[in-house]
Design a protein around this ligand. Structure first.
Ligand SMILES: Cc1cc2nc3c(=O)[nH]c(=O)nc-3n(C[C@H](O)[C@H](O)[C@H](O)COP(=O)(O)O)c2cc1C
Ligand code: SF4
Length: 409
């Protein structure tokens, strides 16, 4: 199963603007079978059996989330596909939209019908203009061909789907800020509970799933959850789209089973380090991700909550010893200062202060006063903020201080 491709299988055979190309490779067959058999409970069981964990970063079992909404007896429900994708170094979801938009649409349709939603949204990153054009084109073709809309393929099922162009803010990828954004409110997180599965869009039960997560649905429902659960690592099965960047010979997107080691990803897919470059560290999961040194490269890339090195969105950045760490610190801290939504004080002030300290660093060193302040700020970001953004903004800085030992003046 090491070479199995689920998401990227037909990327080289499909013109994203031609629905016939997708249909020719068996596309929409799972949706057709679903509406003919009219047995959403069985489809849900296959998703649960697959053990599929969300690909948006948090690694929550998507089957459990769908079940919560499916079991609600409220009439109005929504499904939202999260395609905000603002994590630096992450570009897998936009590639799904660009290369096989119908796989995404079919996955969203299946998720929506399983939970009994009559309306689905694709929440698209505000900067993704090309993807918007492709998705709008694909969606109108799927409506013309009877896959989306009233009476899907002559059945009693109906689903309206809309591409919603987001605000282009990192925080709007967080699911409750995303809900606010669609509702026309300020894009900032809501207090949980209530969770979106209980009170989501306009107060109605809502399931939110990442674009890569739902793109697995057609394969799982067609081949069975048990078959899917045999791919990759047992505690977070399936394939994963890894976006590999930095000082390796081959950069790009690689679909590989979960559970591969960081070393294998760098060596086998990335072809090893660029000529003349020496490995320093890798950052796993984007700007909010942990730094790993040479002695941690055997760690397995898994999505399970509580993993030692969280895989997050799947971005892996390889950094060599010629890179100026001060530039990287400025880039991380500048990003989080800019993207903080400002709702809570520890994050609004903490990200601002970290950036100020980063600017004051001299040759990667901090003064004793700044070192003491950093220790307090990182603690506040990790322990007192309103949403996980605070912790995200502290991760790389803490690892830089503790693992790269750059702060000793
Ligand atoms: C600050 C922040 C940013 C996030 N950005 C994204 C994002 O861009 N895309 C995404 O799918 N999930 C993002 N998430 C996670 C979502 O809140 C949510 O868990 C996810 O969309 C659920 O889908 P999944 O279960 O398929 O992973 C973010 C979370 C936080 C805290
Ligand atoms: S932690 Fe940051 S992003 Fe999250 S609510 Fe507070 S200010 Fe906003």
């Amino acid at each position: 199963m090491d070479n199995i491709k689920i998401i990227t299988e037909h990327w080289d055979k499909i013109d994203p603007k031609k629905i016939a190309d997708y249909v020719a490779v068996g596309g929409y067959e799972t949706l057709r079978k679903f509406v003919c058999e009219a047995d959403p409970a069985s489809a849900l069981q296959e998703i649960k059996k697959s053990g599929l964990l969300g690909r948006g970063g948090a690694g929550f079992p998507i089957g459990d989330k769908l079940e919560l909404v499916a079991s609600s007896n409220k009439k109005e429900k929504y499904f939202i596909c999260n395609l905000d994708e603002s994590e630096p170094g992450t570009y897998k979801d936009r590639e799904i939209a660009k290369n096989n938009p119908h796989l995404l649409i079919e996955g969203i349709a299946l998720a929506s019908l399983i939970i009994g939603a009559k309306k689905a949204f694709i929440y698209l990153n505000g900067n993704y203009e090309e993807e918007e054009e492709i998705l709008e084109c694909a969606l109108s073709q799927s409506i013309e061909n009877g896959f989306i809309g009233e009476g899907i393929l002559g059945s009693e099922y109906g689903l309206e789907m809309e591409v919603f162009q987001g605000a282009g803010a990192y925080i709007c990828g967080e699911e409750t800020a995303l809900l606010n954004s669609i509702e026309g409110r300020r894009g900032e997180p809501r207090l949980r509970p209530p969770y979106p599965t209980d009170k989501g869009l306009w107060g109605h039960p809502t399931a939110i799933g990442n674009a890569e997560t739902v793109s697995n649905f057609p394969w799982i429902i067609k081949n069975g959850g048990a078959e899917y659960s045999r791919i990759g690592s047992a505690d977070s099965p399936g394939t994963k789209l890894y976006t590999l960047g930095g000082s390796v010979k081959n950069t790009g997107i690689f679909e590989l089973p979960t559970g591969i080691s960081i070393r294998d990803l760098i060596q086998k897919s990335g072809g090893g380090m660029m000529l003349g470059k020496e490995f320093w560290f890798a950052q796993i999961g984007g700007a909010s991700g942990r730094l790993v040194l040479e002695n941690e490269l055997e760690e397995k890339l898994v999505l399970k909550k509580g993993a030692k090195i969280p895989l997050g969105s799947g971005a892996v950045l390889v950094v060599d010893k010629t890179v100026d760490i001060h530039d990287m610190i400025l880039s991380w801290t500048g990003f989080f200062r800019r993207e903080s939504c400002g709702k809570c004080v520890p994050c609004r002030e903490g990200t601002f202060r970290l950036f100020e300290i980063a600017k004051r660093m001299n040759n990667g060193k901090m003064s004793e006063r700044d070192k003491a302040a950093v220790s307090d700020i990182l603690w506040a970001l990790e322990n007192t903020t309103f949403c996980p953004f605070g912790k995200f903004s502290a991760t790389a800085f803490r690892d830089t201080v503790e693992k790269l030992n750059i702060s000793n003046s």
